[in-house]
Write a protein that binds this ligand. Sequence first.
Ligand code: GDP
Length: 204
Amino acid sequence: MEINAPALLRQAHFTMAANEVKQLPPDNGIEVGFAGRSNAGKSSAINCITGIKSLARTSKTPGRTQQIIYFDLDDTRRLVDLPGYGYAKVPVSVKKHWHALMESYFNKRQSLKGLVLVMDVRHPLKTFDMQMLEWCKATGTPIQMLLTKADKLSRGAAAKQLTITRNQLKKDGLLLGDLQLFSSLKSTGKEEILEKLTEWFGIE
Ligand code: GDP
């Protein structure tokens, strides 16, 4: 059965895109970030979770991938689509900008309540993901990790990947939150992530 997101999440709408931390909206209320290497399935996950088909762009225009994109839920709560790279080769200058932008975002953003880290179930824990985990650890940011595109593996293989990834995180001291299977195509794991977002946003 298709699970609907709480009304608050279904209200998500694009409000702004920022290249620099100083352009961000006032740092109050609650925001939840979504991060992932490009092509991991982050946009599809945002669309699946909110139930809004074309909220986040699944086919990226260059440049936009380097921006922090805001989807407001109401006056005090926001979803934030954080920039990602990693699928194709990117110039050093782009990586540098990304690193500076994200480091500053994590260190300064008081309203960041939690991070959803989206990883392709077949290729988790790449350098990009490890960096996000390190920033979460350093700043004490709660995290929910999605192993998405779970429909691309058999049930058994997906469960095995979940265990392998969890063990690796434990070994690295980076099991900082829940790790779950997800599929935007099949809505697998939607209930679990909705529960987490309900908690973070304080939805009644
Ligand atoms: P992003 O770059 O991380 O925002 O990734 P997208 O959401 O644009 O997805 C990248 C590609 O993976 C697209 O072709 C999607 O259709 C596909 N994709 C994303 N999520 C899933 C999923 O859960 N299952 C399957 N089979 N394909 C997916």
